[in-house]
Design a protein around this ligand. Structure first.
Ligand SMILES: Nc1ncnc2c1ncn2[C@@H]1O[C@H](COP(=O)(O)OP(=O)(O)OP(=O)(O)O)[C@@H](O)[C@H]1O
Ligand SMILES: [Mg+2]
Length: 255
């Protein structure tokens, strides 16, 4: 269609499943159970942006940033050029600590410059990230750096720690903020076994789902495109593998 820009995900098979890529400047859900490959696929999406000369940003909400770096380096992914924002909340939401502004605490860092050691979380550090302060920080960063792609890892953590009480309203305005900012965003969602239809699935412009099953005592991984508004897409489920040096790879020869 005229005027529609496609954003390549960095995973060849997935781009074919998406009829060429994601429609740009929209927010998408990347869902899956623990260990299914969400962070890896999100990282590949950002690295593809770097390859195309774009500025890209990873927002870490559920793992210390050094740990993200360590894990992705162990997969041999080249993280040069990747910016990361530490938006981890060190205090759980049920602790009565005043919410602090993330903008005074966290700055975007170059992933490459992070120390290789895994950070020990200080037990008494009291940063609580509010969705408003995260949004403000992102707004400033979008203006400063002109990010084209962003991964929020994870929306599950953002909802749990930062959208207490009024998840649906916050969620709607956060997704609207992302699309108005003209970035193409992937928001990871951790799914339990009995995963049903949740508000983010309705509100996002599309959903890519990763899955894990067992076959003859072996974990098998799968990928499907569950919905993409305004675009044709593949409706078959395809096998994937997570490989060193490559990340998530769609295995089917026909795709
Ligand atoms: N070096 C490696 N080579 C091959 N596979 C690896 C390697 N490192 C990790 N993996 C696989 O990738 C999986 C992790 O993928 P990833 O962290 O992207 O999943 P996730 O869906 O983000 O998980 P979580 O919900 O826990 O954040 C590991 O569980 C492991 O099976
Ligand atoms: Mg992850």
């Amino acid at each position: 269609m005229k005027g529609i820009n496609r954003v390549q995900t960095g995973i060849k098979g997935l781009d074919k499943m998406l009829s060429g890529g994601l429609i740009s400047e929209r927010p998408y859900i990347l869902s899956g159970p623990p260990g299914s490959g969400k962070t890896t696929l999100g990282m590949q999406f950002l690295l593809e942006g770097i390859k195309q000369g774009e500025r890209v940003l990873f927002v870490a909400l559920e793992e210390p940033v050094n740990e993200v770096k360590y894990n992705m380096t162990s997969l041999d992914l080249n993280l040069k050029g990747l910016d990361i924002l530490d938006a981890n909340s060190d205090i759980r939401r049920y602790e009565p600590t005043p919410v602090m502004e993330i903008s005074s605490k966290s700055k975007v860092q170059k992933m490459w410059d992070l120390p290789d050691t895994i950070r020990k979380t200080s037990r008494f550090k009291s940063t609580v990230v509010s969705v408003h302060s995260l949004q403000n920080t992102l707004k400033q960063e979008f203006k400063r750096a002109g990010y084209k792609r962003i991964v929020i890892d994870s929306l599950t953590a953002l909802k749990y720690f930062c959208m207490v009480g009024e998840e649906d309203i916050y969620l709607q305005s956060f997704l609207r903020f992302l699309s108005e900012s003209k970035v193409t965003s992937l928001l990871t969602v951790e799914t339990p076994e009995n995963y049903g239809l949740t508000p983010e699935i309705f509100l996002a412009r599309g959903e890519i789902r990763l899955n894990k099953t067992w076959e003859k005592g072996q974990i098998k991984r799968w990928i499907s495109v569950e919905k993409i508004r305004g675009s044709e897409h593949e409706e078959k489920v395809y096998p994937i593998e997570i490989r060193k040096g490559e990340g998530v790879v769609v295995l089917d020869k026909n795709i």
